[in-house]
Design a protein around this ligand. Structure first.
Ligand SMILES: Nc1ncnc2c1ncn2[C@@H]1O[C@H](COP(=O)(O)OP(=O)(O)OP(=O)(O)O)[C@@H](O)[C@H]1O
Ligand SMILES: [Mg+2]
Length: 265
């Protein structure tokens, strides 16, 4: 079975999707086979990976696989990504769009928390990693992701609200989650600091605060705020061009940390 890693924070816009997609890219470049599950009705990971949503077509999404409540249902929704580069075929996608919101109404159904895990049963056996891009909440969709995951990685900015949200996630996973999520082996493996602006004293202080709070869980390198990266994200392209070289190098190093902290058996 692939190692399943949920990328989380209880704060929006901190770079969960960017980290999921760019680490997936790094892993694919390193020869790993990766499935990205878009678990956010905003569908940003799907968009960033160049998935072409056509409202006129009945394209399958992760929403159907969860709704199916059937072992292996995710097999029917996994698709190639839209990038053109030599490692693109090592990344596949279970895409999402707004219809994923409909799964929220199932939160009160007994056992519904296990539906993603069920849908993935036997589906990612031949892969190395499954990365799950969670929405900025700790409610049903994220709980589906955490129940299906072996490991969790928090993505945060050096900002007080993002850090407070990261602490809520840590407490949810470590103190409360294993019991309430019925996933006793879920393990918090790392904290990525994203969109760091080295020119502000405030962010430097907040970075130090993240290190104080999370200690060895904080991954190196810190990902700096780079307009080029945002452009690459918005254009839904891989970081192959020279204008992305700084961010590309950062994610290559971050991928090495990922592989060290979340090794394959
Ligand atoms: N290091 C960075 N430098 C510059 N821009 C960044 C960086 N990381 C993320 N961004 C940009 O910031 C915006 C938010 O990032 P992203 O969508 O990854 O956050 P998120 O945590 O997934 O948000 P949400 O909570 O809405 O799902 C995007 O436009 C993205 O391209
Ligand atoms: Mg996102």
């Amino acid at each position: 079975m692939a190692r399943r890693v949920a990328m989380v924070n209880n704060k929006g816009g901190v770079g969960k999707t960017t980290s999921t997609v760019r680490v997936a890219e790094g892993l694919a470049k390193a020869g790993k086979r990766v499935l990205v599950i878009d678990l956010d009705p905003q569908g940003n990971a799907s968009q960033m990976l160049g998935w072409d949503f056509d409202p006129a077509e009945k394209q399958p999404t992760i929403s159907q696989a969860i709704k199916a409540d059937r072992e292996g249902a995710a097999r029917d929704v996994i698709q190639p990504i839209g990038w053109e580069c030599d490692y693109a075929d090592r990344i596949t996608l279970a895409p999402a769009r707004l219809t994923l919101e409909n799964r929220m109404s199932e939160a009160g159904i007994a056992g519904a928390w296990r539906r993603l895990e069920k849908a993935l049963e036997g589906v990612d056996d031949a892969l190395d990693y499954t990365l799950i891009d969670c929405p900025p909440s700790l409610f049903h969709l994220t709980q589906l992701g955490l129940a299906a995951a072996h490991d969790a990685v928090i993505v945060t900015e050096a900002d007080i609200y993002a850090i407070d949200a990261a602490k809520r996630v840590r407490d949810f996973i470590t103190a409360k989650g294993p019991k309430d999520l019925a996933n006793p082996t879920l393990s918090l493996r790392g904290v990525i600091i994203n969109a760091f602006n080295e020119q502000t004293v405030r962010q430097s202080e907040q970075r130090d605060s993240v290190r104080r709070i999370f200690g060895d869980l904080v991954w190196d390198p810190i990902v700096k705020f780079r307009e080029a990266l945002a452009t690459g994200n918005n254009n839904a392209i891989p970081l192959t061009e020279s204008r992305f070289s700084e961010s590309r190098a950062t994610y290559e190093l971050l991928t090495q940390t990922f592989l060290k902290e979340i090794p394959l058996p």
